[in-house]
Design a protein around this ligand. Sequence first.
Ligand SMILES: Nc1nc2c(ncn2[C@@H]2O[C@H](COP(=O)(O)OP(=O)(O)OP(=O)(O)O)[C@@H](O)[C@H]2O)c(=O)[nH]1
Ligand SMILES: [Mg+2]
Length: 244
Amino acid sequence: MKALVLIPTYNEKDNLPILVADLMAIPGVHVMVLDDQSPDGTGKVADALGEQYPGRVQALHRTGQRGLGVSYLEGFRRAIPGDADFVCQMDADLSHDPKYLPAMIAAAAAGADLVIGSRYLNGISVVNWPLRRIILSSFANFYIRTVTGLQLNDITTGYRCWRREALATLPLERIVSEGYAFLLDVTFMAADAGLRIVESPIIFVERRIGASKLSSGVLIESLITPWKLILRHGRIRSTRPRSS
Ligand SMILES: Nc1nc2c(ncn2[C@@H]2O[C@H](COP(=O)(O)OP(=O)(O)OP(=O)(O)O)[C@@H](O)[C@H]2O)c(=O)[nH]1
Ligand SMILES: [Mg+2]
Protein backbone atom coordinates (compact mmCIF):
# COMPACT_ATOMS: atom_id res chain seq x y z
CA MET A 1 0.00 0.00 0.00
CA LYS A 2 1.34 3.41 -0.94
CA ALA A 3 -0.40 6.71 -0.18
CA LEU A 4 0.96 9.98 -1.52
CA VAL A 5 -0.13 12.99 0.54
CA LEU A 6 -0.17 16.30 -1.34
CA ILE A 7 0.44 19.28 0.95
CA PRO A 8 0.09 22.79 -0.52
CA THR A 9 2.06 25.35 1.46
CA TYR A 10 2.31 29.10 1.65
CA ASN A 11 4.27 30.37 4.67
CA GLU A 12 4.05 27.24 6.80
CA LYS A 13 7.71 26.85 7.83
CA ASP A 14 6.92 26.12 11.48
CA ASN A 15 3.97 23.80 10.86
CA LEU A 16 5.36 21.67 8.02
CA PRO A 17 8.11 19.78 9.94
CA ILE A 18 5.65 18.82 12.69
CA LEU A 19 3.10 17.55 10.18
CA VAL A 20 5.64 15.64 8.08
CA ALA A 21 7.18 13.94 11.14
CA ASP A 22 3.72 12.69 12.16
CA LEU A 23 3.00 11.48 8.63
CA MET A 24 6.32 9.64 8.41
CA ALA A 25 5.24 7.55 11.40
CA ILE A 26 2.52 5.99 9.22
CA PRO A 27 3.84 3.09 7.09
CA GLY A 28 3.36 3.48 3.35
CA VAL A 29 2.79 7.22 3.51
CA HIS A 30 4.74 9.48 1.17
CA VAL A 31 4.57 13.28 0.93
CA MET A 32 4.72 15.80 -1.88
CA VAL A 33 4.97 19.41 -0.67
CA LEU A 34 3.57 21.90 -3.18
CA ASP A 35 5.20 25.19 -2.21
CA ASP A 36 4.35 28.48 -3.89
CA GLN A 37 7.67 30.24 -3.29
CA SER A 38 6.70 31.05 0.29
CA PRO A 39 8.51 34.22 1.41
CA ASP A 40 9.13 32.67 4.85
CA GLY A 41 11.37 29.92 3.40
CA THR A 42 8.97 26.98 3.61
CA GLY A 43 10.51 25.71 0.35
CA LYS A 44 13.93 25.30 2.04
CA VAL A 45 12.28 23.56 4.99
CA ALA A 46 10.61 21.18 2.51
CA ASP A 47 13.98 20.48 0.82
CA ALA A 48 15.52 19.68 4.22
CA LEU A 49 12.64 17.27 4.94
CA GLY A 50 13.30 15.65 1.56
CA GLU A 51 16.89 15.01 2.68
CA GLN A 52 15.77 13.78 6.09
CA TYR A 53 13.29 11.30 4.58
CA PRO A 54 14.86 10.30 1.24
CA GLY A 55 12.47 8.58 -1.14
CA ARG A 56 9.47 9.50 1.00
CA VAL A 57 9.30 13.29 0.97
CA GLN A 58 9.50 15.34 -2.20
CA ALA A 59 9.45 19.14 -2.47
CA LEU A 60 7.93 20.79 -5.49
CA HIS A 61 8.81 24.46 -5.94
CA ARG A 62 6.04 25.99 -7.98
CA THR A 63 6.47 28.94 -10.28
CA GLY A 64 3.87 31.02 -12.07
CA GLN A 65 0.42 31.80 -10.71
CA ARG A 66 0.09 31.18 -6.96
CA GLY A 67 -2.95 29.44 -5.54
CA LEU A 68 -4.36 26.46 -3.68
CA GLY A 69 -6.31 25.11 -6.67
CA VAL A 70 -3.47 25.38 -9.19
CA SER A 71 -1.09 23.81 -6.66
CA TYR A 72 -3.39 20.83 -6.14
CA LEU A 73 -3.89 20.44 -9.88
CA GLU A 74 -0.13 20.32 -10.39
CA GLY A 75 0.14 17.75 -7.59
CA PHE A 76 -2.63 15.63 -9.16
CA ARG A 77 -0.95 15.80 -12.58
CA ARG A 78 2.26 14.45 -11.08
CA ALA A 79 0.59 11.87 -8.85
CA ILE A 80 -1.77 10.36 -11.43
CA PRO A 81 0.89 8.66 -13.60
CA GLY A 82 2.72 7.51 -10.43
CA ASP A 83 2.57 4.28 -8.47
CA ALA A 84 0.69 5.40 -5.35
CA ASP A 85 -2.52 3.48 -4.65
CA PHE A 86 -4.03 6.51 -2.92
CA VAL A 87 -3.60 10.25 -3.40
CA CYS A 88 -4.49 12.31 -0.37
CA GLN A 89 -4.85 16.03 0.29
CA MET A 90 -4.07 17.82 3.55
CA ASP A 91 -3.59 21.37 4.81
CA ALA A 92 -0.14 22.11 6.25
CA ASP A 93 -1.35 24.16 9.22
CA LEU A 94 -1.97 21.20 11.60
CA SER A 95 -5.75 21.56 11.28
CA HIS A 96 -5.82 18.07 9.77
CA ASP A 97 -4.54 15.49 12.23
CA PRO A 98 -2.64 12.63 10.54
CA LYS A 99 -4.19 10.22 13.04
CA TYR A 100 -7.34 10.15 10.88
CA LEU A 101 -5.43 9.26 7.72
CA PRO A 102 -5.22 5.46 8.24
CA ALA A 103 -9.03 5.24 8.57
CA MET A 104 -9.48 7.36 5.46
CA ILE A 105 -7.01 5.22 3.49
CA ALA A 106 -8.76 2.08 4.77
CA ALA A 107 -12.11 3.43 3.51
CA ALA A 108 -10.56 3.99 0.08
CA ALA A 109 -8.98 0.53 0.17
CA ALA A 110 -12.41 -0.86 1.01
CA GLY A 111 -13.82 0.53 -2.23
CA ALA A 112 -14.47 4.26 -1.90
CA ASP A 113 -13.20 6.37 -4.77
CA LEU A 114 -13.07 9.53 -2.67
CA VAL A 115 -12.97 9.72 1.11
CA ILE A 116 -13.80 13.09 2.63
CA GLY A 117 -12.45 13.98 6.08
CA SER A 118 -15.66 15.48 7.39
CA ARG A 119 -16.06 18.02 10.20
CA TYR A 120 -19.84 17.78 10.13
CA LEU A 121 -20.58 14.08 10.28
CA ASN A 122 -21.21 13.84 14.01
CA GLY A 123 -22.59 17.29 14.79
CA ILE A 124 -19.92 19.96 14.45
CA SER A 125 -16.33 18.83 15.12
CA VAL A 126 -14.19 21.95 15.05
CA VAL A 127 -11.87 23.24 17.77
CA ASN A 128 -11.00 26.92 18.32
CA TRP A 129 -13.28 28.42 15.74
CA PRO A 130 -15.21 31.57 16.65
CA LEU A 131 -18.99 31.19 16.35
CA ARG A 132 -19.13 33.35 13.21
CA ARG A 133 -16.68 31.02 11.43
CA ILE A 134 -18.77 27.96 12.37
CA ILE A 135 -21.91 29.68 11.12
CA LEU A 136 -20.20 30.75 7.88
CA SER A 137 -18.84 27.28 7.16
CA SER A 138 -22.10 25.51 8.09
CA PHE A 139 -24.08 27.93 5.96
CA ALA A 140 -21.66 27.50 3.04
CA ASN A 141 -22.11 23.73 3.13
CA PHE A 142 -25.91 24.01 3.45
CA TYR A 143 -25.96 26.48 0.54
CA ILE A 144 -23.78 24.31 -1.69
CA ARG A 145 -25.85 21.19 -0.85
CA THR A 146 -29.11 22.97 -1.62
CA VAL A 147 -27.97 24.45 -4.92
CA THR A 148 -26.00 21.52 -6.29
CA GLY A 149 -27.84 18.52 -4.84
CA LEU A 150 -24.56 17.10 -3.49
CA GLN A 151 -25.59 15.15 -0.40
CA LEU A 152 -22.43 15.54 1.65
CA ASN A 153 -22.07 17.11 5.09
CA ASP A 154 -18.68 18.70 4.44
CA ILE A 155 -17.98 19.78 0.89
CA THR A 156 -15.35 22.46 1.62
CA THR A 157 -12.95 20.35 3.66
CA GLY A 158 -9.41 20.07 2.30
CA TYR A 159 -8.73 16.70 3.98
CA ARG A 160 -9.33 13.98 1.41
CA CYS A 161 -8.13 10.66 0.12
CA TRP A 162 -8.64 9.45 -3.45
CA ARG A 163 -8.16 6.08 -5.01
CA ARG A 164 -5.57 7.11 -7.62
CA GLU A 165 -7.21 5.18 -10.43
CA ALA A 166 -10.55 6.90 -9.77
CA LEU A 167 -8.94 10.35 -9.67
CA ALA A 168 -7.28 9.58 -13.00
CA THR A 169 -10.68 9.25 -14.70
CA LEU A 170 -11.73 12.87 -14.00
CA PRO A 171 -11.37 15.70 -16.56
CA LEU A 172 -9.35 17.80 -14.12
CA GLU A 173 -8.10 20.10 -16.87
CA ARG A 174 -11.56 21.70 -16.89
CA ILE A 175 -11.14 23.09 -13.37
CA VAL A 176 -10.26 26.76 -13.13
CA SER A 177 -11.51 27.65 -9.64
CA GLU A 178 -9.51 28.39 -6.50
CA GLY A 179 -9.76 27.87 -2.75
CA TYR A 180 -13.03 26.41 -1.42
CA ALA A 181 -14.53 26.62 -4.91
CA PHE A 182 -11.78 24.32 -6.18
CA LEU A 183 -12.66 21.77 -3.51
CA LEU A 184 -16.35 22.01 -4.44
CA ASP A 185 -15.58 21.81 -8.15
CA VAL A 186 -13.58 18.59 -7.90
CA THR A 187 -16.12 17.01 -5.52
CA PHE A 188 -18.98 17.88 -7.86
CA MET A 189 -17.00 16.42 -10.75
CA ALA A 190 -16.47 13.20 -8.81
CA ALA A 191 -20.17 12.89 -7.93
CA ASP A 192 -21.23 13.78 -11.47
CA ALA A 193 -18.94 11.03 -12.80
CA GLY A 194 -20.64 8.55 -10.48
CA LEU A 195 -17.63 7.99 -8.25
CA ARG A 196 -18.32 6.49 -4.84
CA ILE A 197 -17.84 9.19 -2.20
CA VAL A 198 -17.86 8.49 1.54
CA GLU A 199 -17.31 10.73 4.54
CA SER A 200 -15.02 9.79 7.40
CA PRO A 201 -15.23 11.80 10.66
CA ILE A 202 -12.40 14.12 11.70
CA ILE A 203 -12.00 16.75 14.41
CA PHE A 204 -10.65 19.91 12.82
CA VAL A 205 -8.35 22.13 14.91
CA GLU A 206 -7.89 25.76 13.86
CA ARG A 207 -4.32 26.76 13.05
CA ARG A 208 -2.22 28.10 15.91
CA ILE A 209 0.84 29.25 13.93
CA GLY A 210 0.84 31.37 10.79
CA ALA A 211 -1.91 33.26 9.00
CA SER A 212 -4.90 32.27 6.90
CA LYS A 213 -4.51 33.01 3.18
CA LEU A 214 -8.03 32.71 1.94
CA SER A 215 -9.35 36.02 0.70
CA SER A 216 -12.87 37.42 0.40
CA GLY A 217 -12.57 36.92 -3.39
CA VAL A 218 -12.25 33.20 -2.77
CA LEU A 219 -15.35 33.27 -0.55
CA ILE A 220 -17.38 35.07 -3.20
CA GLU A 221 -16.18 32.58 -5.83
CA SER A 222 -17.47 29.74 -3.66
CA LEU A 223 -20.94 31.34 -3.59
CA ILE A 224 -21.06 31.62 -7.38
CA THR A 225 -19.46 28.28 -8.29
CA PRO A 226 -22.47 26.09 -7.27
CA TRP A 227 -24.63 27.92 -9.80
CA LYS A 228 -21.98 27.64 -12.54
CA LEU A 229 -21.74 23.90 -11.91
CA ILE A 230 -25.49 23.21 -12.12
CA LEU A 231 -25.91 25.44 -15.17
CA ARG A 232 -23.24 23.41 -16.94
CA HIS A 233 -24.01 19.92 -15.63
CA GLY A 234 -27.39 19.96 -13.86
CA ARG A 235 -27.95 19.02 -10.24
CA ILE A 236 -26.53 15.85 -8.69
CA ARG A 237 -29.28 13.24 -8.42
CA SER A 238 -27.44 10.36 -6.81
CA THR A 239 -28.51 9.00 -3.45
CA ARG A 240 -26.89 10.14 -0.23
CA PRO A 241 -23.36 8.67 -0.02
CA ARG A 242 -22.69 6.44 2.95
CA SER A 243 -20.30 7.36 5.74
CA SER A 244 -17.46 5.02 6.56
N1 LIG B 1 0.76 26.19 -2.62
C1 LIG B 1 -0.12 27.01 -2.02
N2 LIG B 1 -0.67 26.69 -0.84
C2 LIG B 1 -1.56 27.55 -0.29
C3 LIG B 1 -1.94 28.76 -0.89
N3 LIG B 1 -2.86 29.38 -0.09
C4 LIG B 1 -3.02 28.58 0.97
N4 LIG B 1 -2.24 27.47 0.86
C5 LIG B 1 -2.15 26.32 1.79
O1 LIG B 1 -3.41 25.69 1.78
C6 LIG B 1 -3.73 25.20 3.07
C7 LIG B 1 -5.04 25.83 3.54
O2 LIG B 1 -4.90 27.23 3.67
P1 LIG B 1 -5.35 28.03 4.98
O3 LIG B 1 -4.78 29.41 4.95
O4 LIG B 1 -5.04 27.21 6.19
O5 LIG B 1 -6.91 28.10 4.75
P2 LIG B 1 -8.05 27.84 5.80
O6 LIG B 1 -7.74 26.57 6.55
O7 LIG B 1 -9.34 27.93 5.12
O8 LIG B 1 -7.88 29.10 6.77
P3 LIG B 1 -7.52 29.08 8.32
O9 LIG B 1 -8.70 28.45 9.01
O10 LIG B 1 -7.37 30.50 8.70
O11 LIG B 1 -6.28 28.28 8.50
C8 LIG B 1 -2.51 25.53 3.95
O12 LIG B 1 -1.65 24.44 3.95
C9 LIG B 1 -1.89 26.71 3.23
O13 LIG B 1 -0.50 26.87 3.48
C10 LIG B 1 -1.34 29.08 -2.15
O14 LIG B 1 -1.60 30.10 -2.75
N5 LIG B 1 -0.45 28.18 -2.67
MG1 LIG C 1 -6.19 26.35 7.70
